[in-house]
Every structure is written in structure tokens, then in C-alpha cells.
Design a protein around this ligand. Structure first.
Ligand SMILES: [Zn+2]
Length: 71
């Protein structure tokens, strides 16, 4: 059992730059406008976002839940 050292790939050529994504990408910047990806809570207002689930959206602040229609 040999302990291998993890070597960083430091290739000079053919290196693909990998952009680190932010943890929360709730916003999409289109030009100079910022668009929200997630829906905002109709009860709490535009400052509170709904958590997106598989078949429903949920507000953590007021427990508002909206079920998405099945297709
Ligand atoms: Zn809410």
C-alpha cells in the first residue's frame, strides 16, 4: 500500500481554464439588467426567493409552498 501524492496538473499547454461557479447563482446578468432565476415569494415580496424543489417551490420565511403542475 503506497501512499500516492496527488500532483497538481501543471501542464503548460492545453490547459482548460475552469471557472469556479459561485455557490448561489440566483441571478442572471443579461446586459446591464439582473434577472432572477428563482421565483420570489408572493407573500414576502421580491426580497425572498422561493426554494426550488422538484415539483414544488417553497418559501423558507413564511412556509409558502406552491406546487408545480405536472406535465
Ligand atoms: Zn414567503
Amino acid at each position: 500500500m503506497a501512499a500516492k501524492e496527488v500532483q497538481k496538473k501543471s501542464a503548460g499547454g492545453g490547459k482548460k481554464p475552469s471557472k469556479a461557479k459561485k455557490a448561489y447563482q440566483l441571478y442572471t446578468i443579461a446586459g446591464d439588467k439582473i434577472q432572477r432565476k428563482n421565483k420570489s415569494c408572493p407573500k414576502c415580496g421580491s426580497g425572498i426567493f422561493l426554494a426550488m424543489h422538484k415539483e414544488r417551490v417553497h418559501c423558507g420565511a413564511c412556509k409558502y409552498t406552491e406546487f408545480l403542475g405536472k406535465k
